[in-house]
Design a protein. Structure first.
Length: 209
């Protein structure tokens, strides 16, 4: 079974409070999501392997470290995942970025893939799948399916806020994918919204309704 990590760093929790606040406007909301994503990148990359290197400083040689192992890839789920991508890229500028687009079938309410574009070296990368909200888990499960079908072997899921129902669904469908969150909320309501949540992340990021 995959592990679930909820980040309790004070800066993440402080900024998340303003993200949740319904009075926070689009500009500030966008900036806060970007900042929290960058902070979460510190935590989600904590276990990256390092290798020993030697560099020449202005005054001598220094025994130092560089990141080793698999190269990283970021895969935001369109469209809300885009709001977190730049914040992570500032921390990991060498990461390649793919995209997965999904829409909800109006009859079955299940997510349908409509767009996938990934780096060519899929099998050589560890991917971070990005979506602000993990509600029912349907979109995250389908996005991970899309990556696995194209050869991805290692990935993590990063979300701002999740409902227990969504976490359980992803763990059941993909027990090999660990989940990283800023908050694990109470439940889903009858409309499938996370309670207390933060509303529709895409609409709040892009100023749409």
């Amino acid at each position: 079974m995959s592990k679930v990590f909820v980040f309790d760093h004070p800066l993440i929790q402080h900024k998340l409070t303003y993200i949740r606040d319904k009075s926070t406007g689009t500009k500030e909301f966008r900036e806060l999501v970007d900042e929290v994503a960058g902070l979460m990148a510190f935590e989600i990359t904590r276990d990256l392997p390092l290798k020993d290197v030697t560099v020449e400083t202005p005054v001598g040689q220094a025994a130092s470290k560089k990141i080793a192992g698999k190269k990283l890839g970021l895969v935001p789920i369109l469209r809300a995942g885009l709001g977190m991508t730049d914040g992570i890229l500032r921390m990991i500028p060498a990461a390649r970025v793919g995209h997965v687009g999904l829409y909800r079938d109006p009859a079955t309410l299940k997510p349908i893939e409509y767009y996938v574009k990934l780096p060519a070296d899929v099998e050589e990368r560890e991917f971070i799948v990005i979506d602000p909200m993990l509600a029912t888990g349907g979109s995250a499960i389908e996005a991970i399916n899309s990556l696995k079908k194209r050869g991805a072997k290692t990935m993590k899921l990063m979300c701002l806020v999740a409902a227990p129902e969504g976490v359980e669904a992803v763990q059941k469908a993909h027990p090999d994918v660990d989940i990283f969150l800023a908050a694990l909320d109470e439940k889903l309501n009858e409309k499938g919204y996370i309670v207390p949540g933060l509303g529709d992340a895409g609409d709040r990021l892009f100023g749409t309704k």
